[in-house]
Design a binder for this molecule. Structure first.
Ligand SMILES: [Zn+2]
Length: 128
């Protein structure tokens, strides 16, 4: 079976982002920018799907320049949109569906994300 899961950790490392497991209890991830370098902390006890998505979300903040800003709903939504697009590229999603994978649960495991992320990404891509 085709592997659709993006190696998001490798993408982060290629972008020079440092990743560290942290003893968070109430959040999955955080990004801190020091000079030109971004550091992402991920909740140590999170499952791999949660960690992948949290990392993609924090990379979204790095990409759109909101890594240092205080909490802002719009910035959070943008980071989530960027995260969904990076863990589920549109072409890959279309290919997976053409290959017959039409259940959210199956797509979630193929892409290594939660069903909720798949559902939202499908809504974005297919405008439904
Ligand atoms: Zn955020």
């Amino acid at each position: 079976m085709t592997d659709y899961s993006i190696n998001i950790h490798a993408l982060a490392r290629d972008a020079g982002i440092a990743i560290e497991d942290c003893p968070f209890e109430h959040m999955d991830g955080i990004v801190v920018r020091l000079r030109q370098r971004a550091f992402v902390g991920l909740r140590k006890t999170a499952d791999i799907r949660t960690k992948r998505y949290a990392l993609a979300h924090e990379m979204g903040h790095v990409r759109d320049g909101t890594a240092t800003s205080r909490y802002c709903l719009l910035a959070e939504r943008r980071a989530d949109r960027l995260a969904r697009a990076s863990v589920i590229p549109e072409g890959w999603l279309r290919r997976a569906i053409e290959d017959g994978h039409t259940e959210y649960s199956v797509l979630a495991s193929l892409f290594g994300v939660s069903e909720e992320v798949v559902e939202q990404r499908c809504k974005e891509v297919f405008n439904s």
